[in-house]
Design a protein around this ligand. Structure first.
Ligand code: CTP
Length: 425
């Protein structure tokens, strides 16, 4: 059955919404309650200069009607292939798109896309599109975790689509778990990045990358810890850019206060030991591990169950420290498989390059991103400058700029080292 609408195209026969150089985005909307969140995604896309054609499925219109999509996009909306047949919309919309983003992507829609079905306008569009495609799934946890869905997702990723991991949180009804549509702002970021890199963007498709971010906290008593000033921004930028390049991303986040990047699997940790366990577990089937987290070198050797109290007249008890494991050095020396690319970060205050070279040798990693810590760089800021040192003697300078730019350079260098096709198994 097809919902009638006013036609999909302008009378001049040009692609829906071809207006100058504005990037053409097709927003596919699946039949899930999260469809309402895609109104916000649509608004962000149009307000930032994208020309958006919305292609909902028939069932999506049960949640948000055609009038809403049409009013927000400024274009007519259709769900089936029989509207405006003379303009061949089932082929043309996909052919002319610069990006197709499907949000929410239901289990049914992922299955139809993975199997190449073409039973409505959206699935036809997916088959004819030659541009990057982003899927933002939303469904109940059981449906997401079902092997059928997971295999469909793997198939789509293998073909180069970006499938962002669903967020964890409140689902429809009383359920809580993995399956929420990521926030529209985060999906928008993925779209922006994928568009910015054009068709060349998915060099990490089929890869699993692990990024650690933030700063560890070493507990002293139930209310106190030893910590550091890392915000996690650089690690989050690495995670976001890797998602946009098609990777499956595990982000091990230590004490960060940033919104989860859409598409990354976020594992939250506190201490260095927890971070090590999470990173090593995720590294088993990973292609690359990037240690952007600031890991405490020492922890209080003794944790006190009760809050440490002031002692009248005796002054404070000294804090004794024990050394934490060096996660980066351990992983580099004892890799779960020889193809794993390992990247470290180093924040230095003086003799930056010489200290960086020594650290690279000591840690045994493949790449070391060396920052000079000072005013306006590294901790807590949005911008950074660095030199990326390679174990092969290479030096790549990254001028002062957004942390995303540094992240892209890191992935460029990782991508070269990964070479060829993704590992299987
Ligand atoms: N790192 C780690 N485990 C630790 C300490 C650091 O994996 N226990 C990692 C960090 O994530 C980072 C790199 O090692 O990628 C370098 O961290 P840095 O603090 O600069 O190095 P340190 O070995 O602590 O050397 P320094 O004496 O300069 O503090």
């Amino acid at each position: 059955m097809e919902r009638q609408a006013d036609g999909v195209d302008g009378a001049d026969g040009t692609a829906a919404g071809t207006t100058g150089a504005r990037p053409r985005v097709v927003l596919g909307v699946g039949g899930g309650i999260a469809a309402y969140k895609s109104c916000e995604l649509l608004r962000r896309l149009t307000e930032s200069g994208h020309d958006v054609t919305v292609v909902p499925t028939e069932s999506a219109l049960n949640f948000v009607g055609a009038a809403t999509w049409s009013a927000l996009s400024g274009h007519p909306v259709a769900t089936g292939v029989w509207t405006g047949v003379h303009e061949v919309p089932h082929v043309r919309i996909g052919q002319h798109a610069d990006l197709v983003v499907v949000a929410p992507a239901t289990a049914d829609l992922l299955a139809r896309a993975a199997h190449g079905l073409a039973d409505d306008l959206l699935t036809n569009t997916l088959l004819t599109a030659r541009c990057p495609v982003v899927f933002a799934p939303a469904m109940h946890t059981e449906m997401w975790e079902h092997p059928a869905t997971q295999e469909n997702v793997a198939t789509l990723r293998r073909r180069g689509a970006v499938v962002v991991e669903p967020a964890v949180g409140r689902l429809t009804g009383v359920d809580t778990g993995k399956g929420r549509l990521p926030e529209p702002a985060e999906i928008f970021e993925v779209c922006r990045r994928v568009l910015a890199r054009g068709g060349l963007s998915r060099d990490l498709a089929g890869r699993h990358v692990v990024v650690s971010a933030g700063g560890t906290r070493e507990p002293l008593d139930p209310v106190r810890f030893l910590g550091n000033r890392s915000s996690g921004k650089q690690g989050y930028a690495l995670a976001r850019t890797a998602v946009a390049r098609g990777a499956r991303v595990t982000l091990v986040a230590a004490n960060t206060a940033l919104p989860d990047p859409a598409g990354a699997d976020v594992v939250r940790v506190g201490s260095a030991e927890q971070l090590r366990d999470a990173v090593l577990a995720a590294a088993r089937d990973a292609d690359a591990v990037v240690m952007a987290a600031a890991v405490a070198d020492f922890r209080p050797s003794h944790y006190t169950d009760m809050k440490i109290k002031k002692r009248d007249g005796q002054g404070p008890e000294p804090i004794r420290l024990a050394e934490n494991p060096d996660i980066l050095a351990g992983l580099s020396a004892d890799r779960p498989h020889p193809g794993l690319v390992v990247v470290g970060f180093a924040a230095e205050t003086d003799d930056v390059l010489a200290n960086g070279r020594k650290k690279l040798a000591r840690k045994g990693c493949d790449l070391l991103v060396v920052n000079e810590v000072g005013e306006g760089t590294a901790f807590g800021t949005d911008d950074n400058a660095a030199v990326v040192l390679g174990a092969d003697g290479s030096e790549t300078e990254v001028p002062y700029g957004p942390k995303e730019a540094l992240a892209e350079t890191v992935w460029d260098l990782v991508s070269v080292r990964l070479g060829g096709a993704p590992r299987t198994g």
